[in-house]
Design a binder for this molecule. Structure first.
Ligand code: SF4
Ligand code: SF4
Length: 446
């Protein structure tokens, strides 16, 4: 892989040949240019990352100068980029015709997806197929960039491969395969309460009419809620989902990696985070109870209509505006985990379990901390890790997604992600990092 990426000519030839093959499948020039551009961007990103890491002497140089990059320091460029992302989400959600989605036959951007869509699922593309394709492309390309960047850390490498795997197979290819088999769309790793339509009357009816496939969707979904979530969170904390499986986490950890330092570490943000995320959780629990009540019991049609309106408002505000438009659109302004940190009801459930019912913790060897603040800077969840390190206090926070980046950037080996029981971590051996001197030359610490 290294030799291919490092050789510009091979990369270019590969790009042209692959694009020509795609051109044979789909003739219009605009589609050809679209695929050509995607491949060229992917090769350029991976080539540059590979070249950069091999010319970097110290591992800690990896994140140098993030605050000097216009895209990463909330400059005008970052705001323009954020507006572009937000506009894309608004169009996808509410004006898909603007990018060419039409029942009578696609045009423009959506039509470029038609050959891939026909190939995979036997029908024309729609805006969601285009979105899923681009989302998966971003996770895969930036995922490999992340792997190259943090190649020395097996935890980072394996969890990134896991995120790419779940995105490509579970979120993209398997649902597409089900559609080809004339089955309804379903992403098996999308669990309630993140999947807020799971207990919708329409979803329950649809799956009940699908025989074995429908039963396996419903049974696996319920088993994951009552058994999978508590058991896995008990042993591994919320990281098993947020940093190894979830699609939102996948995008945040890969395409969102350049923006992780932008998370707000203030106490006000922490208070806001708790107020919003537990409110969203409460709302979805009440909403789901009402939905099941109207589904299983005969209720007045006005009440049933009111519950349906409640569900639609939730879908619009939380499902579309907060998770998509704000959650991803504001990456360049508030960092990559805005949705996960402030509003994801799944993160709220996992967080409560992690805090009160889990073996997961970040153990701290505080005597070695030199208060550089690298850990706090790169915590995408806005946790002031340094404050814990200075007090030599193990970190057990509901919001921690176990990304491991605080331990990764710590020049003193102070932090360690563990699944052991409390009290068993204080004796961990201190292993000094070779590159401690970089600390003093790095210009991006808080
Ligand atoms: S505390 Fe560390 S492991 Fe937890 S979210 Fe922050 S950087 Fe990731
Ligand atoms: S990165 Fe390590 S040394 Fe620096 S403040 Fe955090 S725990 Fe302390």
């Amino acid at each position: 892989m290294k030799s291919i990426i490092q050789n510009q000519y091979v990369t270019l030839v590969f790009t042209v040949l692959f694009s020509l093959a795609l051109l044979l499948v789909h003739k219009p020039l605009d589609a050809f240019l679209f695929y050509f551009l995607l491949i060229l961007i992917a090769c350029t990103i991976l080539y540059n990352e590979n070249k950069r890491v091999h010319s970097t002497k110290e591992i800690k140089d990896t994140n140098d100068n993030v605050w000097n990059n216009a895209l990463q320091n909330r400059s005008v460029v970052a705001y323009i980029f954020a507006i572009g992302l937000i506009a894309f989400y608004v169009v996808i959600y509410w004006w898909p015709a603007r990018i060419g989605y039409h029942d009578s036959g696609n045009t423009g951007m959506v039509s470029w997806m038609d050959p891939v869509s026909f190939l995979l699922r036997g029908k024309a593309a729609d805006q969601w197929f285009l979105y899923g394709f681009l989302y998966t492309w971003f996770v895969a390309v930036f995922g490999f960039r992340f792997v190259i960047r943090y190649r020395h850390n097996s935890y980072q490498v394996w969890r990134t491969f896991s995120l790419i795997f779940f995105q490509v197979i579970f979120a993209f290819l398997l649902p597409v395969f089900f559609e080809r088999m004339n089955k309804p769309y379903h992403d098996f790793k999308n669990i309630w309460p993140l999947n807020y339509s799971f207990f919708d009357a329409s979803h329950l009816n649809l799956m009940s009419a699908q025989g074995t496939y429908g039963k396996s969707v419903l049974i696996s979904g319920i088993l994951l809620i009552i058994l999978g979530i508590p058991i896995l969170t008990y042993f591994f904390g919320k990281r098993w989902y947020c940093s190894w499986v979830c699609g939102c986490g996948a995008l945040a950890e890969t395409a969102g990696d350049p923006f992780r330092h932008l998370s707000d570490k203030s106490h006000f943000s922490w208070k806001l985070e708790r107020a919003i995320i537990y409110s969203v959780l409460l709302i979805i629990i009440v909403m789901t109870i009402l939905m099941l009540w109207t589904y299983y019991f005969q209720v007045d049609s006005t009440i049933a209509q009111g519950v349906l309106t409640f569900r639609r408002v939730y879908g619009f505000v939380i499902g579309a505006v907060v998770s998509g438009v704000i959650g991803v659109g504001f990456y360049p302004i508030f960092g990559s985990r805005v949705w996960c940190r402030f509003a994801c009801p799944m993160a709220a459930v996992l967080g409560i379990l992690q805090k009160y019912f889990s073996r997961f913790r970040i153990s701290v060897n505080g005597g070695q901390c030199i208060s550089c603040g690298n850990c706090s800077t790169y915590c995408e969840m806005g946790i002031d890790v340094r404050a814990y390190a200075e007090k030599s206090q193990d970190i057990v926070r509901a919001s921690c997604v176990g990304c491991g980046m605080c331990a990764e950037v710590c020049p003193r080996g102070v932090l360690k992600l563990e699944n052991s029981s409390p009290g068993s971590t204080k004796t961990q051996a201190f292993v000094p990092r070779e590159d401690v001197t970089v600390l003093f030359s790095s210009g991006d610490q808080t």
